[in-house]
Write a protein that binds this ligand. Structure first.
Ligand code: HEC
Length: 492
């Protein structure tokens, strides 16, 4: 059983629980809220470990006993992160909060709805729903631990002293304090009438339905019991220049589509040494990528579209009835013959000379590259960045050196996580005009100890090895895709 990978946590806890939950029933409760009335239920234990170290391995995990009568079934099975204590505590369900005190309905629910429900709903990629008080109540302590350590919501970039990111999902210090105060107050539900949605969160622009659906040419037969990458050729028939204004991938089944990368070009899924270019990547919780009004990305006539799917069928017992997958790539395109006002292009910025010996800790790699004239066109702006490393990555930073000699921080990722490869688009008010003579430099830090390793398809951690550059997950990359837009009229 692989209990070292994060997405296996819940399942691992379930297994641990099934095989030994009863033993904890009389255990000392580390739970601060103790049996404070309300419906009988199970409150998960959580002993924060002060960092992400607590999620590292099975040894640190304690499973919560199955719920009492109030919290039956799956809701009572919650993993904890770190610490061995587990026990039952009475739920504080519905306990009224003192006036003014931090409560679920007034303070926590607006944040949860805006930052968690993209994944934590029935059928979503999150391991359990958080969309009702009944669902939240038994996992309050676990939620607080997940947000305080910034494991949740998954959002790696810290734009505090960097270019402002549009739709940043990072919780503010003030929001973290609300979670801490909610815990200190005993996780009160509060009064439903006090609920109001988070202010300043405009809904995404209405773009209607996609007009081009691209699917596997032949549905991909899933390979049971393993985790693997498949390069799937699609039925796309791009006979003329096609401008994409928005795109997404809708997995047929979130449980086994782990992530997907769309390549446009010669049908290769690799962007290295081929004429294929990565255009879009999907991972759990991805929302539709919608470019600003007037912006679009070109798929040149004659291109083939291939999608590299990362499948994970390890934790499902589908047996011989494992289904096929044809998760669609959905594209919103401009009408035939119409051009956008501005084109969007991505420039890869690689360090190809990575050498990471076994035992390395925070070893710095990276380099500087000038921004070529194909990107630094008249009126060009940088609109975002998609950083990429694998398991050994720890820190990623990218800096723009403008032609006038000034520097701009493009992205700062203080605590890299291979499982969350995200695209960071800037707030339009923060788009950065660039001119010829500009360059970018990146800093990638890598560690190569046992605890930094990924796992093989059976879920066993790899042993550290001398690691160099490469696309395989056992090799490393220090790559930033920088997104530009430039006006089509008058472009050089
Ligand atoms: C982009 C999808 C996504 C969003 C948004 C998200 N989660 Fe999660 N969450 C997951 C996935 C997937 C897992 C299981 C794997 C993991 O832990 O990385 C998880 C695990 C958890 C866990 C259990 C494991 C742990 O790390 O403690 C908690 C608690 C949790 N999420 C709470 C939250 C809260 C609270 C929010 C909002 C503030 C949130 N999540 C937002 C996808 C998401």
């Amino acid at each position: 059983m692989d209990c070292t990978r994060r997405h296996a946590l819940v399942l691992c806890a379930l297994i641990v629980c099934l095989s030994g939950c009863g033993a904890d029933q009389s255990g000392q409760s580390a739970n601060p809220i103790g049996g404070a009335g309300g419906a009988a239920g199970t409150v998960p234990m959580n002993v924060p470990t002060g960092g992400s170290a607590g999620i590292g391995g099975a040894a640190g995990m304690a499973a919560n006993p199955m719920g009492g009568s109030g919290a039956g079934g799956g809701a009572g099975i919650i993993p904890t992160t770190g610490g061995m204590g587990a026990g039952t505590g009475g739920a504080t369900g519905g306990a009224p909060a003192p006036t003014g005190a931090v409560s679920y309905h007034k303070d926590i629910r607006p944040i949860v709805e805006a930052r968690c429900l993209g994944c934590h709903v029935d059928g979503g990629s999150g391991p359990f729903p958080l969309d009702t008080w009944a669902a939240v109540e038994p996992v309050g302590a676990l939620m607080v631990s997940a947000v305080m350590t910034r494991r949740m919501p998954p959002w790696l970039a810290d734009d505090t002293d960097c270019t402002k990111i549009k739709d940043s999902q990072r919780l503010t210090d003030a929001q973290l304090k609300l979670f801490a105060d909610w815990q200190a107050g005993g996780f009160p539900a509060g009064n439903e009438a006090e609920y109001a949605p988070l202010a300043g969160e405009p809904p995404p622009r209405d773009i209607g339905e996609p007009n081009l659906i691209v699917k596997a040419r032949t549905p991909h037969q899933l390979d049971p019991g393993t985790e693997y990458y498949a390069c799937v050729q699609t039925d796309a028939n791009i006979t003329e220049d096609t401008w994409v204004t928005a795109m997404d991938i809708v997995p047929e089944n979130d449980e086994f589509v782990h992530h997907a990368i769309v390549s446009v070009g010669n049908g290769s899924c690799s962007a290295l040494g081929t004429t294929a270019e990565n255009m879009y990547s999907y991972r759990p919780g991805s929302r539709t990528l919608i470019f600003e009004e007037g912006d679009a990305m070109l798929i040149p006539a004659g291109s083939r579209i291939a999608i590299q799917f990362h499948y994970n069928t390890r934790f499902e017992s589908w047996g011989s009835s494992l289904p096929t997958d044809s998760s669609p790539l959905r594209l919103w395109t401009l009408p035939s013959g119409q051009k956008p006002e501005r084109a969007i292009v991505r420039m890869p910025h690689h360090d190809l000379f990575i050498n990471i010996p076994v035992g390395a800790v925070d070893q710095q790699e990276g380099g500087t590259q000038s921004i070529g004239s194909e990107y630094a066109r008249t009126g060009a702006e940088i609109i975002g960045i998609s950083p990429h490393m694998h398991y050994l990555g720890q820190v990623f930073k990218e800096t723009l050196h403008k032609a006038d000699g000034s520097d701009v921080c493009l992205v700062n990722i203080p605590d890299w996580d291979q499982d969350w490869q995200l695209d960071y688009f800037f707030d339009p008010s923060a788009y950065i005009p660039i001119a010829r003579g500009a360059s970018v430099s990146q800093v990638c830090m890598f560690s190569n100890r046992q605890e930094d390793q990924g796992t093989d398809p059976e879920g066993n951690p790899f042993s550290p090895m001398y690691t160099t550059f490469g696309e395989d997950t056992r090799q490393e990359m220090c790559l930033g895709y920088i997104w530009f837009r430039y006006p089509l009229s008058g472009a050089l």
